[in-house]
Design a binder for this molecule. Structure first.
Ligand code: ADP
Ligand code: MG
Length: 654
């Protein structure tokens, strides 16, 4: 520490021609040319009628307000040169405030209330508890350290307030009607305590209406209409001889609060009224639950529809011939034989094959080659003619054997493939014995048995023979139906092009079946499900935001005294804003966490109930608390700013 950082002045206060003026037209002259100085160890009382300017003077002495003109030195430091945070620093380190209505936080113990004194002191909190205990000891309340203020008498509460003001050995104890709320016995005890502290060397300024209280001070000044008159002669005032004036530091550290302390204060502020906090949080929680659940359920439902369609329907297309307008009869030659070849030329077609029901008259199918009208092994089975590519177009899976190829068809070979149901009815389980079946007069070699088809399930119970064979054996006139598999998303394009590709001469003779557009269906489901819940969720969020704003605003009003106290012990307007924003923001975040959890739970439960696969957005657990926090911050902004604007001394009045 260098020499010029120290000052050996014995003056704690020095006011030179201090004036304070409020407004301009008309201007209120709250203080007029006040000269006042106070030596270390003095006890000064200030009296005066209401409206005389006592609060104004107290505000200036307490570094809570700046004078309009004049100069004010505190511990030899020109306060005009200090920034707001440095003045807050002075308050927290060198001035102890004691007020008429104690201003203890009801939710903290005596010890915690006294420890609050150091929160805005920007020093590390080691030893904070011990320093607080020492201060409590000085006011004789060691036995009550762990009591809540509610259990203390008025006199004891004021002792706690004094202990809080003593932490860190201030240069000045500033008391505003310290006995105003106390009975005469407690008053006397507090005055005795103040006297003891004064004798130990503490400098005191006491503002009071009470003559008895004023008379305990060695020096008394009286304020009338902003002007000061010294009642005692300043030179005659007794001064404490307790301790010699020690040099004081002339550098001023800023006030500040550690993040941990800020979090603790905000948490304590919220937990002080737990039920109210939970009800406030509920609004945001409900809103976000609705939003998370809606988005999750919509996605889950959407996903379910996509997967159902995606496999088959989204890629399939069927072409048949329309019945003639006049005749009402389907022209069997409407679809050309080379339809698959023509369609395959279109970009987007994966496979195309024809499939025609073969009219076999009364012919029965039988696995026995012997014709026997009484033979019970003969059935009426449907017979289909297939072009070689049909099997791909219907996504046929083979159980055993092989599928007929283009050669079988062009040579009109008598081969057949059986659907699994047809094979079972015919009693054919394997191809080991080279089974054959008869249809009417003809015998067909079974070359394969199907296991399943994804499209056209009628094939499962049928006998399928090559198209060329059917033309030869049963005079098949033309393909009955074309089955097309397209690439995903190409169905509608192909549907447009297929008519011209197959029948440029008469496109309207063809009938094209496309699946209902899955995307459109999904959108419908989504809109149905979402619109209302999104609206409800949004509405809830607004209600939640208003709730937070409302509760925070009520909190600010209720906690006026607390806010004043925090300002007095060193909080800047910024610190007050930060604490209230942190409280409202945290309520929003808590609402968000609850909302995200409940929303996800709802999606999972509904999915389990519907046997759907839940689709959860991994961003939801992060986003919901974030949204909640932003809502909390936004709705807390106005109350927080109002809290910061409060004038501390007025806030502390009652
Ligand atoms: P006291 O505390 O002695 O009752 P105050 O210091 O509160 O007196 O007020 C002194 C005078 O200044 C009063 O006339 C009061 O109306 C006026 N005054 C105080 N604060 C303000 C303000 N913020 N704006 C305008 N006038 C004020
Ligand atoms: Mg006043």
């Amino acid at each position: 520490m260098t020499a010029n950082e120290l000052d050996t002045t014995t003056r704690v206060l020095e006011l030179k021609k201090i004036s304070k003026q409020y407004g301009s037209e008309p201007a209120v002259h709250a203080l007029v040319d006040v000269d006042l100085s106070l030596e270390r160890g003095e006890w000064l009382s200030i009296t005066g009628p209401s409206g005389a300017g006592k609060s104004t003077l107290l505000n200036i002495i307490g570094c809570l307000d700046r004078p309009t003109s004049g100069s004010f030195f505190f511990d030899g430091i020109d306060t005009a040169t200090l920034s707001d945070t440095q003045r807050a620093g002075l308050r927290s380190q060198r001035i102890g405030f004691v007020f008429q209505s104690f201003h203890l936080l009801p939710y903290g113990t005596v010890l915690e209330n006294v420890m609050l004194a150091e929160v805005y002191r920007k020093q590390d909190n080691r030893g904070r508890r011990d320093r607080a205990r020492a201060a409590i000891g000085r006011v004789g309340l060691s036995q009550r350290a762990d009591f809540l203020p509610g259990k203390l008498s008025g006199g004891e509460k004021q002792r706690v307030a004094i202990a809080r003001a003593l932490v860190g050995s201030p240069s000045l104890l500033l008391c505003d009607e310290p006995t105003g709320n106390l009975d005469s016995k407690s008053s006397a005890a507090i005055l005795d305590l103040l006297e003891k502290l004064n004798q130990e060397g503490l400098t005191l300024v006491v503002v009071t209406h009470n003559k008895e209280v004023a008379n305990r001070a060695a020096r008394r000044v009286h304020l009338v209409d902003g002007s000061l008159t010294d009642v005692t002669n300043g030179e005659n005032g007794k001064r404490s001889t307790g301790s010699p004036a020690a040099p004081v530091k002339t550098t001023v550290s800023q006030s500040g609060i550690a993040i941990r302390d800020l979090l603790n204060e905000a948490l304590a502020g919220m937990l002080a009224r737990p039920v109210r906090m939970m009800l406030t949080v509920l609004g945001v929680a409900i809103g976000l639950t609705a939003l998370v659940a809606t988005v999750g359920l919509t996605r889950t439902a959407g996903n379910r529809i996509i997967s159902q369609f995606d496999r088959v329907a989204a890629t399939e297309l069927f072409i048949t011939a329309k019945p003639g307008k006049i005749t009402g009869i389907v022209d069997p030659k409407a679809i050309p034989w080379d339809a698959p070849t023509r369609l395959r030329r279109l970009n987007g077609v994966v496979a195309a094959g024809t499939m025609s029901e073969v009219h076999v008259g009364n012919a029965l199918a039988s696995s026995s080659p012997v014709r026997d009208p009484l033979n019970q092994t003969a059935f009426k089975l449907s017979v289909y003619a297939a072009s070689p590519d049909l099997f791909r177009a219907v996504r046929a899976e083979l159980e055993t054997g092989r599928l007929p190829d283009a050669g079988h068809s062009s040579r009109a070979d008598r081969v057949a493939v059986l659907g699994p149901d047809a094979a079972r009815r015919l009693g054919i389980v394997s191809l080991g014995q080279i089974p054959a079946i008869s249809i009417g007069d003809h015998l067909y070699l079974v070359v394969g048995i199907l296991r399943d088809v994804a499209r056209r399930p009628e094939l499962l119970g049928s006998v399928i023979i090559p198209e060329g064979t059917a033309r030869h054996d049963f005079w098949l006139a033309g393909p009955g139906r074309v089955v097309v598999e397209t690439k995903i998303g190409a169905t509608y394009l192909i549907a447009d092009q297929a008519r011209l590709a197959l029948r440029p001469d008469d496109p309207q003779v063809l009938k094209i079946e496309v699946p209902q557009e899955p995307k459109r269906l999904r959108d419908e489901v989504q809109t149905d499900l979402s619109a209302m819940f999104l609206l409800l969720g949004g509405l809830s969020l607004v209600v939640g935001a208003i709730g937070i704003a409302n509760i925070t605003l009520i909190g600010v009003m209720e906690r006026t005294g607390e806010i004043g106290l925090r300002r007095a012990i060193g909080a800047t307007r910024g610190h007050i804003t930060a604490q209230f924003l942190l409280e409202s923001g945290s309520m929003g975040v808590i609402g968000g966490v609850i909302g995200a959890s409940l929303g996800i739970l709802i999606v999972v439960v509904v999915s389990a109930y519907q046997v759907w696969t839940p689709v959860l957005d991994p961003a939801a657990p992060v986003l919901a608390p974030l949204v909640g926090g932003v809502i909390g911050l936004l709705s807390g902004t106005y109350p927080a700013l109002r809290a910061a604007r409060l004038e501390p001394v007025e806030a502390l009045r009652n």
